[in-house]
Design a protein around this ligand. Sequence first.
Ligand code: SF4
Length: 235
Amino acid sequence: MTADHIPGDAELQELAERAGRELEDADALDILRWTADTFGPRWCVTSSMEDAVVAHLASRVSPGVDVVFLDTGYHFPETIGTRDAVAAVMDVNVITLTPRQTVAEQDAEYGEKLHDRDPDLCCALRKVQPLEEGLRVYHAWATGLRRDESPTRAGTPVVGWDAKRRKVKVSPIARWTQGDVDTYIAEHGVLANPLLSDGYASVGCAPCTRRVLVGEDARAGRWAGRAKTECGLHG
Ligand code: SF4
């Protein structure tokens, strides 16, 4: 795809679905090489700063790659610290997206603790909307989704079509296990959120994240006790 070619949705969808079939058994670096070769500067990595594994992989095939982080205003200090450390030491371009409203402005319009009363609306305002706006300049985005994280992610394609945002969605470590992630972090000295060593298996906004118990899946600590398992970024 040349830099001045603007692909239509049908072309991107066909590209994504074919790559999903052809790259199903490819390793993560090869999936990201295909992404960089296909989209040039028009792709990014999104990171929750739970760890920097996908950012690290992406920087190996595309130094200076954009790494997009959503600052909801509700993150743990450890998450912001991980973001700052990634920006300082890795060969990536960290871009921080923020919601249209500060937490104080949202509280004034919707009342305090919207996350307890209507987490779907809170996620829509603080995650989904800013991500959709931030992704407009890209044709593709790469995520750290893995099939083993939860039953809701078991069918994650390595490359697929994100019909909601009309982007190619790349999940280079979809087939990895938690053990693969731990091994990669140890072998490459990759930055990881300190909360992962403190009982948190998945790190999101502080009001909606708790430590996991023995035997629970990795995402059981997200929106625990509420009828919600995903924030809407991946649905
Ligand atoms: Fe709001 Fe919780 Fe969603 Fe964060 S995870 S945007 S605090 S509902």
